[in-house]
Write a protein that binds this ligand. Sequence first.
Ligand code: ADP
Length: 377
Amino acid sequence: MEGKRVGVIGGGQLAWMMGAEAPKLDIELIVQAASQDEPAVSRAKQVVFGEVDDANATAKLANLCDVVTFENEFIDLEALNKLEQDGVRFRPSLSSLAPLLDKYEQRNYLKSIDVPVPKFGLYPTEKSILSDYGFPVVLKARRHGYDGQGTFIIKNSQDLEWLTKTVPVSELLVEEFIPFAKELGIIAARNGRETAVYPVTETFQQNQVCHYTITPADVTESVAQEVETIARKILDKLGVIGVFGIEFFLTADNRVLVNEIAPRTHNSGHYTLDACDTSQFAMQLQAVTGMALGSTALKTAGAVMVNLLGYEESESDYQEKRDRISAIPHSFLHWYGKTSRPGRKLGHVTVLLNREQLTATRSIISQIETIWYAKDH
Ligand code: ADP
């Protein structure tokens, strides 16, 4: 093993879930968090305070550990490059992250390695929206978008006018609207000697935010194979050491297009925590410390994962609702300990399914969402 002290840039729920896995692997997790309130602080062996893009904080973090990894990609790459030159070991390496941090550059990179992506360009510089794309069209902030913040589905010229007045960014990624049949996700890991992929997941977004996932995705064997092949290709070409989450569109005629690569663990892989032999969080720690990757197999026939999204401003810990959801058989509820505001990911629940329940996923999801979103509890 290369090192037992792992530093992670970012103190959110992804680092928090890594924090639960670290002791089982005999790893000390040291976290760079923006404030005492961030979820991962409670599970970190040590904390260095600083924003994700604060490279001075990362320099301190690096002094405390053998390898530095990421739960958030909103980093200052240029500043971290200097640390890497001074010998800090980043996993994934900064060169494997560099083409991914800007959504436009990421699209260009994927195109350059012949991975299928939606037609794209820069707005307003390169393309004329109406003649090249028509409506609807999708515009995205090139950096710092998450949970659909920074992604705009533009239906008509009024929407476009509103956007140009409201969004203070001069240049956006523009891409064709894909009338997808499904959205898929896959988690893939690489340690330099081997690459491992998890089962393909179907993800369900509303207003560009993931509400739930179902695993395994109900797709043909050849679609699953293609998703897996693309994931392996991306990790191999970039020389990744770590875990990536990759999101896809599946069209009605079974074409697979990459929507986005997250160079870290991802919401679409939360089900792995309870449903797979190795969780994506343990996997990241194993990959970045040079351990064998281990099995990505499901322990059950399937799993649904439902995000518990904030729907109000509140300090409540929603204990009563959490108790009711936890009473669902084979459910595992993870509560991140954050204060609620609309759209914020406060926790998630995974329900393990046997073969007979694979056709009953919608009723389990609606049972959870009914309890969670009911206003009278
Ligand atoms: P984020 O980085 O904030 O997660 P994404 O780019 O992944 O944003 O977009 C969020 C969601 O918006 C997607 O999961 C999908 O539902 C929708 N979306 C994004 N791009 C397109 C597109 N080109 N065509 C259709 N829907 C899209």
